[in-house]
Design a protein around this ligand. Structure first.
Ligand code: BTN
Length: 261
């Protein structure tokens, strides 16, 4: 994409996972800004060890390799800026406003999920050099034209997942959304290099995070609890008000519970 760091765009008809591919490229020394985009993934990865599936040629499946100079306790901002850029892009191309459900699902105004973001990094990363940080691969799966209707979805995803096509009532040009996403991502990634830039991204993230202020059920590995989401901490943890105080959630599934009427 001219005028951005995203000039090395690697396109695949099919790949196991664009995240897996770029992690391997990062280990081999690939630069900040490499993009992988696929028509189809045979082993797409979702959060919490799940799979991410989409029929070939329907949705946006892409990953970016970033080497942002982030303090260790603000690494969540690498995935936050991708979620923010995707909401920017959808707003610019289609004039619809999306919310972000913690940690970084994109939701339509009806509360259904349009996109998920997965950041992956090696536990032992190479030493940062030349003002860059260790590599992090951030992938996003954005439902553009699939599901075309609820009839396309398995029963457990009806009412849970949606697409831009469903939201707009017409098919949507994936290329336009892809370009808009990279254009929106450039200044946001650039901002990660300064304290004031990072503060701006944190503010944007809080402003678009519709989980804040919402009653939630937090599902952990072997337990769950309910409360009201109060904030996202400076480290990206979700702060939830519960009966006897506050709990901080580092990783887990959050369900937006219906507000009492
Ligand atoms: C989630 O579970 O919500 C996150 C899904 C992330 C899916 C994307 S698709 C492109 C990239 N490559 C992968 O294997 N996963 C991410």
């Amino acid at each position: 994409m001219p005028g951005t760091r995203f000039t090395d765009i690697r396109r695949f008809d099919s790949v196991d996972s664009t995240n897996r591919y770029l992690l391997e490229e990062a280990r081999a020394g690939a630069d900040d800004g490499v993009v992988a985009v696929a028509e189809h993934q045979s082993a797409g990865r979702g959060r919490l060890g799940r799979r991410w599936e989409a029929p070939a040629g329907s949705n946006l499946l892409l990953s970016v390799l970033l080497r942002p100079p982030l303090p260790a306790d603000q690494r969540y901002l690498a995935s936050a800026v991708v979620a923010l850029a995707a909401t920017d892009a959808v707003g610019a191309v289609l004039s619809i406003e999306l919310g972000i459900k913690w940690p970084n699902d994109l939701l339509a105004s009806d509360g259904r999920k349009l996109a998920g973001v997965l950041a992956e990094a090696d536990a032992v990363a190479p030493e940062p050099s030349g003002g860059l940080g260790p590599p992090i691969v951030v992938g996003i799966g954005l439902n553009v034209n699939w599901p075309a209707s609820d009839a396309d979805l398995p029963a457990d995803l009806v009412g849970v997942a949606t697409s831009l096509q469903q939201q707009m009532g017409r098919s949507v040009d994936r290329g336009e959304v892809f370009e808009a996403l990279l254009l929106a991502l450039e200044p946001r990634v650039g901002a990660l290099g300064t304290v004031s830039g990072r503060t701006g991204q944190v503010q944007d993230f809080r402003a678009r995070c519709t989980t804040i202020g919402h009653p939630v059920r937090v599902e952990l590995a072997d337990s769950w609890f309910e409360g009201t989401a109060l904030d996202v901490s400076p480290e990206g943890h979700l702060v939830v008000e519960v009966d006897d105080g506050q709990r901080s959630v580092v990783a887990g599934d959050v369900v937006h519970v219906r507000r009492p009427s």
